[in-house]
Design a protein around this ligand. Structure first.
Ligand code: UDP
Length: 448
């Protein structure tokens, strides 16, 4: 970055506070590198739990907040909502102290949108706070609508037999009731309570929202968020494409098996199905077995990420007698490189927002198997709004799934999805070359 481009903001410091999970750390650090490239001094406040590696980001300053966490905050067994609530409670005071220690040298703080307690703490210290949404604008807007949806009786959803599951949610189309955020095993009231705290903190303590999305896919939703919050919303994504962060700087909580790229090299263009359910989702043994049989039966070559800990009850052996000759299994893949590889023709995904954006940016159609949280919202947009994917649906058996894989990888439907995905990829590229949203964010931070 040329010196004169940095000049206007030099000396102004922005603090960032990521949530310590893979899908949240990556976009926050990508935003950090972007702000640094625009001339801000950047300090990353972080938990000791899943801490980022400062050695990978020499241009950023790192300050641990020195939290003391109860077991509930770090154990996946507690459930993600209980974990988030425990993290918020335990990190509020240490974050406030760490932020106060940066005064008066801090123009604003950008906290992950799930850190509702940190938004309030920043207000107490007198530092303007922006929230980074690492999920989609549509997901965030559905969270803001929770009080209204609760009053209208749409939530809590009454399980799989709720009569309203297929009703469209008023003012949130194309979402149906079944697409609203859900977390299996979490009390509906606890989830509702968490989301309400996030929405309340946004309204009470934030000066704006930064969303890892781009106008071509979510401009109208962003406009509605601005109106509803009376705060500016900045669509600064896709961050993984815009950020100047070099490949070696990326913080992965697992090390990727790069050998799978050579395996992909040996395959014809668009022939391989890439399968990954992200960094957090856990599936039952029965689902794992059906996935294995469906992959073997689909006829497509496949690269399957089986992350340690991703199957409940421990890593199971593959079903006896399964033909794996067309498949490769790895514990963690260099996902962005895999999706950009010419041999990759489809992505069987849980529709985490980062995975969804990464697939959109490479023009790869998706087979959507949402597991929890915002993944159902993303899956609905992938399949019904953008036409770049197929839904797996509730009934999960090997024959149906193998058929869905075939529809994704070959034939007329596949051709139509590939064409829509190609168009979306072009639109994403155009957003990457325009810097308007980031320019606006920089101006806004300077005005705070
Ligand atoms: N990821 C990866 N290799 C894998 C699986 C996942 O690099 O084998 C990365 C992926 O590229 C994405 C992130 O992990 O950036 C997962 O984030 P996402 O929002 O998709 O899902 P989450 O893990 O939060 O459920």
């Amino acid at each position: 970055m040329a010196k004169q481009e940095r000049e206007p903001h030099s000396g102004r410091r922005v603090a960032l506070f990521p949530l310590p999970f893979q899908g949240h750390l990556s976009p926050m650090l990508q935003l950090a590198a972007l702000l640094r490239s625009r001339g801000f001094a950047v300090t990353v406040l972080h938990t000791g739990f899943n801490a980022p590696d400062p050695a990978r980001h020499r241009e950023l300053a790192f300050v641990p907040i020195h939290e003391t966490l109860p077991e509930e905050a770090t154990s996946p067994d507690a459930g993600i909502v209980a974990q988030l609530i425990a993290l918020n409670a335990a990190c509020e005071a240490p974050f406030q102290d760490a932020l106060a220690s940066l005064l008066p040298d801090v123009a604003c703080v950008v906290v992950d949108g799930q850190w509702y307690a940190a938004l309030g703490a920043a207000a107490l210290v007198g530092v303007p706070a922006l929230a980074l949404r690492t999920d989609s604008a549509a997901t965030f807007r559905s969270m803001l609508a929770y009080p209204r949806l609760r009053d209208a009786g749409y939530i809590p959803i009454q399980g799989k037999n709720d009569e309203r599951l297929d009703e469209p949610v008023p003012e949130l189309e194309p979402l149906r009731v079944r697409d609203l955020i859900r977390v299996d095993g979490c009390e509906a009231d606890a989830l509702c309570g968490f989301i309400t705290r996030v929405a309340d903190a946004m309204r009470a303590s934030a000066s704006g929202v930064v969303v890892n999305t781009f106008d071509a896919i979510e401009a109208s939703v962003l406009g509605k968020i601005e109106t509803e919050l009376s705060q500016p919303a900045f669509a600064v994504g896709p961050l993984h494409k815009l950020s100047p962060m070099a490949a070696a700087e990326h913080n992965f909580l697992h090390s990727p098996d790069r050998g799978c790229l050579a395996w992909l090299d040996a395959h014809p263009p668009r022939s391989v199905l890439y399968v990954s359910l992200g960094s957090v989702a856990c599936i039952d043994r029965g689902v794992f077995d059906e996935m294995a049989w469906a992959l073997a039966g689909s006829g497509a070559p496949f690269l399957w990420v089986i992350r340690p800990g991703s199957v409940r009850g421990g890593e199971p052996p593959l079903p006896f007698g399964l033909d794996m000759s067309r498949g490769k299994i790895v514990p963690w893949a260099p996902q962005r490189d895999v999706l950009a590889h010419p041999a990759t023709g489809g992505f069987w995904t849980h529709c985490g927002w980062n995975s969804t954006l990464e697939s959109v940016c490479e023009g790869v159609p998706m087979l959507a198997q949402p597991c929890f949280a915002d993944q159902t919202v993303n899956a609905r947009y992938v399949t019904h709004q953008w036409g770049v994917g197929l839904e797996l649906g509730e009934v999960f058996d090997r024959a149906r799934v193998a058929e869905a894989v075939r529809r994704l990888m070959v034939g007329e439907e596949c051709a139509a999805m590939r064409e829509s995905a190609r168009r979306l990829k072009i639109q994403a590229k155009q957003c990457v070359s325009a810097t308007v949203a980031m320019d606006n964010l920089v101006k806004y931070i300077c005005s705070l």
